[in-house]
Design a binder for this molecule. Structure first.
Ligand SMILES: Cc1ncc(COP(=O)(O)O)c(C=O)c1O
Length: 384
């Protein structure tokens, strides 16, 4: 049928969905999708239910309830060392996905360019493409995922409007260092660029690393749009609670865009999240982090044992593994071969590169319960 818009036609790749279908057919274990099926902190459910019972079932203000905006501003001050005005600088959105979409819709015009580090998270690329924004790709080199600041600067043209930094990153697990953020800040300042961040994995950092928000780097606060949310931190991917935080000048149009597309984030769920932010102690976040570090170690060990050398992630909950030794012409064939031999579904590396690349990589997600991960590690032994 000829009804599909050109914008949507451009969004063809869906390796993750394809692998999930193949996995189901094979009765396999799905480590391809980033769905964290871990239990959520009880306070969340209690407070969301109380919100429904107390009649909080209607539209909230377009940018979120006052309580949630204040809770987010408090958390930004405490955890990210960033000061925002909860009245004018926080826009609660339908997940981080809604936050990024709204920010791009509000601040970018078709034909504008945004620098995207590769390997990238597919939604970032597709959000830009869907809005007619042109991604400029800057490669990160494994295993340390370093970038060349000169190569980044070389990409810039008069149409370039921003740089997108996902830290900790999906799929590479890269955690940007202060040194690297200063390099990017310098580029943004000299070329008058915005910085869009995606900090959805901000609490999941390993080996004593600290999450640094790019906006906390000198001079970046006024030109950064922070995108984050609670899908991963509270294991509530289906609740759709995220936010943008930025200057009033940037937040006003973003709020307008989010209002247009989503009206507001789910009202009683805003109640649950705001109460949980206020109630949960720092130890909650430390336990979350430590739990993922343990799972990372488990999966990386299993991968190394079977010769699929992992690029040990510094944060987030995915690992890219080297599949050079698996037969196949490309990463799709290799991922299928792994699924057929072990019953473990992974994502082909090419899903994270725009034009070749990732041929010898697959991504595994370890945001799974222990029994599933043990079973997956056991099955991977068949590749020995
Ligand atoms: C980098 C990144 N950003 C955003 C999201 C989605 O966040 P949300 O559920 O808040 O839309 C994901 C989910 O996999 C992700 O990996």
């Amino acid at each position: 049928m000829g009804y599909t818009s050109d914008r949507i036609k451009a969004l063809t790749r869906s390796e993750i969905r394809i692998m999930s279908v193949e996995c189901e057919k094979a009765g396999g274990i799905n480590l391809s999708q980033g769905v964290c099926d871990l239990p959520l902190p009880p306070v969340l459910a209690q407070e969301a239910k109380a919100g429904i019972d107390n009649g909080q079932n209607h539209y909230t203000r377009f940018d979120g309830t006052e309580e949630l905006r204040r809770a987010i501003a408090g958390k930004l001050a405490h955890y990210n060392q960033i000061t925002v005005n909860p009245e004018t600088g926080v826009v609660v959105t339908a997940g981080a996905t809604g936050a990024f979409y709204s920010a791009c819709l509000a601040l970018l015009n078709p034909g504008d360019e945004v620098i995207l580090f590769e390997p990238f998270y597919g939604y970032h690329e597709y959000t830009l493409l869907a809005l007619g924004v042109v991604p400029l790709y800057a490669r990160l080199s494994p295993p340390g995922w370093y970038f060349d600041p000169e190569a980044v600067e070389h990409l810039i043209t008069p149409r370039t409007r921003g740089i997108l930094v996902n830290t900790p990153a999906n799929p590479s697990g890269k955690v940007f260092t202060l040194y690297e953020l200063r390099q990017l800040s310098d580029i943004c300042t000299r070329h008058n660029l915005l910085m869009f961040t995606d900090e959805i994995y901000e609490y999941i950092v390993y080996d004593g690393r600290v999450h640094l928000s790019p906006a906390a780097v000198d001079g970046m606060e006024s030109r950064t749009v922070i995108v984050s949310g609670y899908s991963k931190t509270f294991s509530i991917t289906g609740w759709r609670i995220g936010y943008c935080a930025c200057s009033e000048e940037l937040a006003a149009p973003i709020g307008c865009a989010s209002d247009l597309v989503y009206v507001c984030a789910p009202s009683p769920l805003q109640e649950g999240v705001s109460k949980a932010i206020l109630a949960l102690p720092d130890s909650y976040y430390e336990n979350l982090r430590a739990g993922y570090e343990r799972r990372r170690n488990l999966v990386c060990k299993a991968l190394a044992e079977v010769g699929l050398t992992p690029c040990t992630p510094q944060g987030a909950y995915y690992v890219l593994a080297d599949v050079s030794r698996i037969p196949g012409q490309n990463s799709k064939e290799k991922a299928m071969a792994i699924l057929q031999r072990t019953g473990v579904a992974t994502v082909p590396g090419e899903a994270f590169y725009h034009n070749g690349g990732g041929d010898n990589l697959v991504r595994l997600c370890y945001a799974k319960s222990d029994d599933i991960l043990y079973e997956a590690c056991e099955r991977l032994q068949k590749l020995r």
